[in-house]
Design a protein around this ligand. Structure first.
Ligand code: SAM
Length: 472
């Protein structure tokens, strides 16, 4: 059996079952020890993060007062690193053909009644134009794993198509990619295609359950899947996005595994994950969530979000429309920095608005509001919706991004950029009602900027009329 080693290049070394068990038994012992908990909270207050062992102690603490303290601290940490900005994106499902057997996913190869579809480049164009007409600038590409239907060449061609579409005043400026684990060579090709973040959910860090949940297909190889982010980073992709699918295995060990993975990437490559996603298992075609015994209650889910914010304070945190408005609202306060809006999880679901969105969908969406409604709601909560992609465009990725973020300097860029892209959104895409809410938010936020930044921003806002977005 592998020994725990943060720097190991082997899945079972850096995600070590023995270390997870030891972490949890120690956390159980000290979880309700007031002195230990106080010490860890004091460290969290420094806003420099917590180790997996420290965060696990807070996770297993049962004191309501401690929970309130965690929640307040998480909000403070989020404000320190991310302010009130919330980045918006939409998923784009290219193809749901898949050779894997993931027992929780309706795309699994044995599902014979789901409607299978792979978009042509023309269909992708129509989807992207529909997304651009909503105001989106950032996409997360999604595809099943299928060497014949969805080879890497297809993904690369689709990325090229997407970046190439200039429609009205819009363009998609950042394409994140969520596709199956692949080789270093393929990651190099994705990097060369100028993807934003490479996202891959671990699903579960528990090897035994992983193998049961992935009985066939290339994804059944735990080692291949778990070491994927190492290969991606070795290939030059600096921004990677982690996640577990909560509901598959017990949440406490998943939480520890996720933090161990983040620690490993930070130790080996100098930058932890750019983002962490927190998907929870949803009902879907051919999938009954009742078959899975590890459903995560809302309260624990929110605690996990808050603790991730304390443990990895610089990491972007993503919540999708798997969650409804109520949970998303609470999660935003506790540390979420990116959300999807106006999403469709079916292949071709954006352009085919009028067709029943059936059959090809990956899971049932809980938040079905339009992007305009999501933007207005965020502003009414006091958040600044951001369509910014500037860091990526200016090469502030990986370690460079993290070092600015750690020094709490990323605000200098992000706040004016967020306001610039919000203005662009309001002028081009918002309903009059949303635009009115947005203009008063803009005025309030601009008044808070240092004089010199405000003047620069005003200049750049005036350039929007000529379709020029000049980022800070
Ligand atoms: N084929 C790629 C892979 O294997 O990683 C992309 C996967 S899929 C398009 C994106 C993610 O959706 C999966 O990694 C999984 O975590 C999530 N997912 C699958 N079934 C789900 C369900 N029933 N409810 C919620 N999320 C689900």
């Amino acid at each position: 059996m592998e020994k725990y080693d943060l720097m190991s290049d082997k899945a079972e070394g850096f995600i070590n079952a023995g270390e997870i068990a030891l972490t949890l038994s120690t956390a159980l012992k000290y979880g309700n020890d007031a002195a230990v908990v106080r010490q860890i909270l004091a460290k969290a207050r420094e806003k420099k993060g917590l180790s997996h062992a420290e965060a696990a102690v807070l996770l297993l603490n049962e004191d309501e007062e401690v929970w309130h303290e965690i929640a307040t601290l998480a909000e403070e940490v989020k404000n320190a690193y991310y302010g009130n900005r919330v980045v918006l994106f939409a998923p784009l499902y290219l193809s749901n053909y898949c050779v894997n057997g993931c027992t929780y996913c309706p795309y699994h190869a044995q599902n014979k009644h789901i409607f299978r579809k792979k978009m042509t480049q023309e269909e992708i164009k129509a989807e992207v134009i529909a997304l651009q007409d909503m105001g989106h600038k950032r996409l997360a590409l999604e595809a099943g794993e299928h060497p014949v239907y969805n080879p890497l060449e297809y993904i690369l061609e689709s990325i090229d198509t997407i970046y190439g579409i200039k429609h009205k005043s819009g363009a998609i400026r950042r394409v994140n990619v969520n596709i199956a684990a692949t080789t270093v060579e393929d990651y190099r090709r994705l990097h060369a295609a100028k993807i934003g973040t490479y996202i891959l959910f671990q699903e579960t860090y528990n090897k035994e359950d992983y193998e049961k949940l992935h009985p066939r297909g290339p994804k059944s190889d735990y080692k291949w899947h778990t070491e994927a982010m190492d290969r991606a980073m070795q290939a030059g992709i600096e921004d990677v996005g982690l996640g577990v699918l909560f509901g598959l295995h017990n949440y406490a060990s998943e939480f520890v595994g996720l933090l161990m993975h983040a620690e490993h990437l930070e130790a080996v490559y100098g930058a932890g994950p750019h983002t962490v996603s927190v998907p929870r298992l949803c009902p879907a075609d051919d999938i009954d969530t009742a078959d899975f015994a590890n459903a995560l209650p809302d309260k624990v889910f929110l605690k996990i979000i808050a603790l991730l914010r304390l443990a990895i304070p610089y990491t972007g945190m993503i919540i999708s429309t798997r969650e409804g408005q109520r949970i998303r609202e609470q999660a935003l306060k506790l540390g979420i920095s990116q959300i999807s809006g106006g999403s469709r999880t079916s292949v071709g679901g954006y352009a085919a608005e009028s067709e029943p969105e059936k059959d090809s969908a990956q899971f049932e969406i809980s938040d079905r509001r339009s992007l305009d409604e999501v933007v207005r709601w965020l502003m009414e909560l006091g958040c600044v919706p951001s369509f910014c992609t500037s860091c990526y465009g200016n090469g502030r990725v990986g370690e460079d991004f993290m070092s600015l973020c750690k020094k709490q300097l990323i605000h200098r860029y992000c706040t004016p950029n967020a306001l610039l892209t919000l203005k662009e959104y309001l002028d081009n895409y918002a309903t009059p009602e949303t635009a009115a809410v947005g203009e008063s938010l803009l005025a309030r936020e601009m008044a808070l900027l240092p004089e010199v930044t405000r003047r620069f921003l005003q200049k750049r806002i005036s350039l929007l009329k000529e379709n020029k977005v000049v980022f800070f």
